[in-house]
Design a protein around this ligand. Structure first.
Ligand code: IMP
Ligand code: MG
Length: 369
């Protein structure tokens, strides 16, 4: 997912697909022009990347120039009128191929035709990498189209949203569904995860999905997935990731208008993290952050022993068992810390202090997502 200014975009057309589309335009044009030496005219700003890749692929000699749309203050209204400027070269008798990044309404193309009407070119051809047929309301012929796309706003490969996104080598499409904040919450035993999850879900209107709870619910209610999971557990085998993911998927789908999710107890492995990414992707969303409560081992041991005195939980009473659980946590989660760090999504939060202090620290991370 990509955020530019206030909007979110999702991957839409890969670099490879773009390069293939550019190559297909090159092939069609070179086949049509034969030995005629063309002048390729790029329309700035958007076409700079296309023109660069295009001429590098073009197998024969050619000339390249650019023209640009400039705004003029309208006479009768404050509305901007777009005019093309920069055509200084004499194109009399030449074969000209316009290279456009995108043709949307066709207004720009109309300007191109207006400006070229007085040039005595031999042949004027229009090539565009992207074309939105649903938006186009002109009659000018488009000689070469790289790829037809739906009438949705895109960025990347020269195209911008308010100045940003032109530099991206692939194309992203505007996300029209609501943006969610999805957090993987981590913390060693005794870090106060449960307490903080409760505060965060209230504050940000998130749905807290604890895998342990989801398992217990499905098994207790004898759902098909619960029974399937139980069949593995009864044999002493690990429940396959796909079964867990299917259960989580059901939970996510139960909450279609959620502002986001807090995942608790999942993922635990790289494979699970990838599966979770895929699940979120299929919902047009993503995991925004892994937030881990960081608490010193000695503090954890003290807290858990304290809790053991009142809760009567056997695993909270023995210091050896406690230390082992903490060690196991770090052994298991180190991989995930790397997984999310690699995507700049890991946020460690100091988990020592009052409940309110820690909530404030967590909120500071979430507010920036
Ligand atoms: P036209 O409507 O065909 O004249 O396109 C006008 C200009 O709007 C294009 O040259 C682009 O600069 C811009 N444009 C149209 N559609 C998009 C889009 O999806 N993303 C970014 N810019 C766009
Ligand atoms: Mg353009």
């Amino acid at each position: 997912m990509l955020k530019l200014h206030d909007l979110y975009f999702k991957p839409f057309i890969s670099e490879e697909e773009i390069q293939n589309a550019v190559q297909s335009m090159v092939d069609a044009i070179v086949a049509d022009l034969g030995d005629e030496m063309p002048v390729f005219v790029g329309i700035l700003n958007g076409s700079f990347m296309l023109v660069s890749d295009f001429v590098k692929k073009y197998p024969k000699p050619c000339e390249v120039t650019f023209i640009k749309l400039a705004s003029y203050e309208g006479v009768k209204s404050s509305e901007d009128i777009q005019r093309l400027i920069g055509l200084t070269q004499d194109l009399t008798g030449r074969t000209v191929v316009i290279l456009e990044d995108i043709i949307d309404s066709g207004n720009t193309l109309e300007e191109v035709h207006r400006i070229f009407k007085n040039e005595k070119v031999k042949d004027l051809r229009i090539a565009t990498l992207f074309y939105k047929p649903e938006a186009y309301d002109k009659d000018f012929k488009l000689h070469y189209v790289g790829k037809e796309i739906p009438n949705k706003f895109i960025v990347g490969y020269g195209l911008d949203y308010n100045g940003l996104g032109r530099d991206l080598p692939s194309v992203y499409q505007l996300k029209t569904t609501q943006h969610m904040t999805n957090i993987v919450l981590f913390g060693p035993p005794g870090a106060g995860k449960g307490t903080q999850a409760n505060f965060l879900k209230e504050k940000y209107d998130l749905v807290h999905i604890s895998t342990g709870d989801v398992f217990r619910y499905n098994i207790k209610n004898e759902t098909a997935l619960g029974m399937l999971a139980k069949s593995y557990m009864d044999k002493g085998e690990l429940v396959p990731d796909q079964v867990t993911i299917d259960m989580l998927n059901k939970e996510v789908e139960k909450n279609t208008d959620a502002k986001g999710f807090i995942f608790d107890g999942f993922p635990r492995t790289n494979a699970q993290a990838k599966a979770l990414d895929q699940l979120m992707d299929s919902k047009d969303s993503q995991i925004n952050a892994m937030v881990a409560l960081e608490v010193d081992d000695e503090v954890l041991v003290k807290r858990l022993l304290e809790r053991g005195k009142t809760s009567g939980r056997a695993d909270d009473a023995d210091e050896g068992i406690i230390r082992n659980r903490i060690k196991e946590y770090y052994d298991k989660t180190a991989i995930l810390k790397d997984y999310y760090s690699d995507q700049n999504k890991y946020f460690g939060v100091n988990g020592v202090g009052s409940i309110e202090e820690i909530t404030v620290r967590l909120s500071a991370v979430i507010d920036k997502l």
